[in-house]
Write a protein that binds this ligand. Structure first.
Ligand code: ADP
Ligand code: MG
Length: 328
């Protein structure tokens, strides 16, 4: 297989049966009607040892925490509140019961923070590598789920928090290992990689604003995520290089390296989105009130699906060069 994106489009059903379905394959999570007041939101993500993590880059505790975090991030990208999670785990002989308990401990600590409950799962054995699949279920106010397809020409493009830190942290871990001694700013980058914080609260601010907002989470690089919005909304995003909130702990690195981490590194689990020029200051002010930084990084300029980066006088086409599982 060459490309997971074309595979997914091949297996996407042309017709669905359930009239309660609101958002099917193609966004961060699926949405279907729940009660009169709320829609249900559900997503699933898998982490595989050797592909998404290694025992020498994440502790078992951090592996568990991250497996839940990536799913909470997908719900955050819909504006939803998470409620429940289920965990399917395929265990090889190389993992002890104690290590597996630590995985669950990591999930539980994050789950407690967001008040989500573990309600089921599955336990099986496997030959080689640990595989953890987490499903998260939550809800959002009726018809308020935030889609990648809501961007319009004239919108501002924004991103929460800082980007690039996770990739910079991973580079350090791969270069020196997790036993090495690190400066404070390096530890900050490593922490960004090992224990990303899903932006659930920011997602809630956007959903509760009652404004039109498009949203996606930064699981791959900014370039890839911006392209997903561009494709889903059929618009052109122009990002300004000097406005990208590069993680300050990377500032000792070359600018090109910092940009590479932000645009193509991924796993920052921030939220990227668009809102009208009138809406943006409102959500930015509410984010600020709640201690969340929301950065203006660009604008939506046209009705063709594309993403450009403006760099002084150059305009560079940014391709979807984020992490594609089958491109290597
Ligand atoms: P994300 O980066 O948000 O995790 P993905 O790129 O993994 O999203 O998936 C894109 C869309 O395709 C999502 O709606 C997801 O639910 C769906 N999808 C991915 N893999 C499969 C699969 N094997 N079968 C059915 N749907 C899938
Ligand atoms: Mg996602």
């Amino acid at each position: 297989m060459k490309d997971e994106f074309s595979f997914i489009s091949k297996i996407t059903p042309r017709h669905t049966h359930q009239s309660s379905l609101k958002v099917a394959i193609g966004d961060d999570a699926a949405v279907y009607s729940g009660t009169d007041l709320f829609d249900e939101v559900i997503c699933v993500d898998t982490m595989v040892e050797g592909i998404h993590f290694r025992k020498d880059t994440l502790t078992p505790y951090q592996i568990g925490k991250k497996a839940l975090a990536v799913n909470l991030s997908d719900l955050a990208a819909m504006g939803a509140v998470p409620h429940y999670y289920l965990v399917s785990i395929a265990i090889p002989k190389s993992w002890s019961e104690e290590q597996l308990e630590a995985v669950y401990h990591g999930m539980k600590d994050l789950a407690d923070q967001f008040k989500v409950d573990l309600i089921g799962g599955d336990t099986v054995s496997i030959q080689e590598s640990l595989v953890i699949t987490v499903t998260v279920i939550g809800r959002v106010e009726k018809n308020r789920s935030l889609l990648r397809s809501s961007a319009e020409v004239g919108d501002n493009v924004f991103v929460t928090g800082y980007v690039g830190g996770s990739a910079a942290g991973l580079s350090l871990l791969l270069e020196k290992g997790n036993e090495a001694s690190y400066f404070d700013h390096e530890q900050e980058l490593i922490k960004a990689h090992q224990e990303p914080v899903p932006q659930v609260r920011a997602g809630r601010i956007f959903a509760q604003s009652n404004e039109r907002i498009s949203l996606n989470d930064v699981s791959d690089g900014l370039a890839s995520e911006a392209n997903e919005i561009a494709e889903a909304s059929q618009v052109t995003l122009l990002l300004y290089e000097e406005k990208l909130p590069l993680h300050p702990a990377m500032s000792a690195n070359e600018l090109d390296q910092q940009l590479d981490a932000a645009l193509y590194g991924g796993e920052d689990f921030q939220l990227i989105g668009t809102a009208s020029k009138e809406t943006f200051p409102l959500i930015q002010a509410e984010c600020k009130r709640q201690g969340i930084s929301l950065h203006l990084i660009g604008e939506v300029i046209d009705n063709q699906p594309a993403v450009y980066l403006k760099k002084e006088n150059e305009k560079i086409l940014l391709s979807k060069k984020g992490y594609n599982h089958f491109s290597k």
